[in-house]
Design a protein around this ligand. Structure first.
Ligand SMILES: NC(=O)c1ccc[n+]([C@@H]2O[C@H](COP(=O)([O-])OP(=O)(O)OC[C@H]3O[C@@H](n4cnc5c(N)ncnc54)[C@H](O)[C@@H]3O)[C@@H](O)[C@H]2O)c1
Ligand SMILES: [Zn+2]
Length: 393
């Protein structure tokens, strides 16, 4: 930024997905304490989520969003024409956040997502060549409403002091689950599993009708978003509940749709009730295509951007004898407040260093991530998912 001769008052123009607007936004927050910037998001997540908030953050030491700021841009310009070239898996990923906001806050938008689901995903929200005016207009209405609802909900809560957040639907158990598989879930898929399960929980409580419950599950299914996963089990629910209670001041505050298009927060869900809902949810999944599994549900090199000679770095690392998949993916997508929170701190600051097996494994894994997580599991302590806490949305 020095060599560009940037003046504090002169805005930096930032064009890219959520990752780019976050990293460059944080650079602007830090550079001379406060440098203006203008955002032009180019992905669905960027357009309807990341660029709506004033948060900017970067990963640090393998921890997601460890360094960040609340730093509003001078302007954000939205041009959905960028979606013309965005890969389908990324479109689907962003679609999940639109299901989130509409299911809990805007019925009309949910209805439009239902009506145009397949076309929206196939045509990049009506932006690819040959897509119809009707789909494009529906997309514009959906995106405008989604952004508007989020602004209405979050503008009075810019610094996230209020913890009962409608936009936390799907973000109660998912922050931990997202990072559990060897190759982590795409964010949209992780929150979809949480949302689908939360809808089943609400249905079992009798606060979401059978018909509405079915509509929600059908939409996820049609969109190719995940609704279940083997590792979304009782153990995960228990641990993720403990973790989220810490960030939500001791209350669960689980946002669930009730009725469709509105939202309530549940604080009094016992583990028994969660487990019963999980059993029912898994049973229901048997009746859905792919048994509720999503399409292109996991992070790949198109997310990480790590390629060598245009080949995903996962493959390259494998060839070199490293545990490439973890190295390429997990090292980048570690959650905000990562493992070890239950034990009083990050693994390599606390428990990890005093434990020889952790230290050894640390040395063997790329940047220590792979090693530390495996060691914890081996020690029978708390497993890798231990203590992941949501950092937001
Ligand atoms: N600040 C916030 O409030 C907030 C909210 C949500 C997400 N985020 C952050 O955003 C990031 C995820 O953002 P994302 O989903 O936009 O992914 P991304 O920025 O990683 O982009 C995904 C992929 O799409 C490519 N891409 C971007 N625009 C494209 C286009 N128009 N055509 C073709 N390819 C394109 C990118 O190069 C990348 O490979 C995460 O780091 C997350 O933490 C921040
Ligand atoms: Zn989210």
């Amino acid at each position: 930024m020095n060599s560009f001769g940037i003046f504090r008052k002169e805005p930096v123009l930032v064009v890219g997905g959520g990752l780019v607007t976050d990293v460059a936004g944080f650079a602007c927050a830090a550079y001379r304490r406060n440098t203006n910037f203008i955002r032009i998001p180019t992905t669905v997540i960027g357009l309807i989520d990341a660029s709506v908030s004033i948060k900017v953050a970067v990963n640090y030491g393998n921890y997601k969003n460890r360094l960040g700021a609340y730093h509003a841009p001078q302007h954000t310009f939205l041009d959905f024409g960028f979606l013309r070239t965005l890969p389908k898996a990324q479109i689907r990923n962003g679609f999940a956040e639109l299901i989130k906001i509409s299911t809990c806050a805007h019925l009309r938008t949910f209805e439009l997502l239902e009506k145009y689901c397949d076309q929206l995903i196939d045509t990049g929200f009506g932006r690819t060549d040959g897509s119809s005016k009707e789909v494009r207009e529906a997309a514009d209405e959906i995106n405008r409403a989604g952004i508007h609802e989020m602004l209405k909900l979050e503008t009075p809560n810019l610094h996230e002091i209020g913890l009962d957040r409608v936009i936390a639907y799907g973000h109660t158990w998912s922050p931990m689950h997202e990072l559990v598989p060897e190759v982590p879930f795409r964010h949209g898929h992780a929150i979809s599993i949480d949302m689908a399960y939360s809808a089943t929980l609400a249905n079992m409580r009798g606060i979401l009708s059978d018909a509405e419950h079915k509509r929600i599950l059908s939409l996820f299914s049609r969109a190719g978003l995940s609704m279940d996963n083997d590792q979304f089990d009782e153990d995960l629910l228990d641990k993720a509940t403990k973790a989220i209670l810490r960030t939500r001041d001791g209350k669960l505050r689980a946002a669930v749709p009730s009725p469709l298009g509105r939202c309530v927060f549940l604080n009094d869900v016992s583990l028994q009730e969660m487990h019963a809902a999980l059993r029912k949810h898994k049973e229901l999944m048997q009746g859905y295509p792919r048994h509720g599994a999503g399409i292109a549900a996991f992070v790949d090199a198109s997310d990480t951007g790590y390629t060598m000679n245009k080949k995903p770095s996962e493959a390259t690392n494998h060839a070199n004898g490293h545990n490439g998949v973890n190295g390429a993916s997990k090292a980048i997508i570690k959650d905000d407040v990562a493992e070890g929170v239950f034990n009083g701190g990050p693994v390599h600051d606390g428990q990890g260093t005093s434990n020889p097996s952790v230290a050894t494994e640390h040395a063997s894994g790329p940047e220590g991530v792979d090693g530390s997580t495996k060691a914890e599991t081996k020690n029978g302590a708390t497993s890798e998912v231990n203590g992941h806490v949501s950092n937001g949305f």
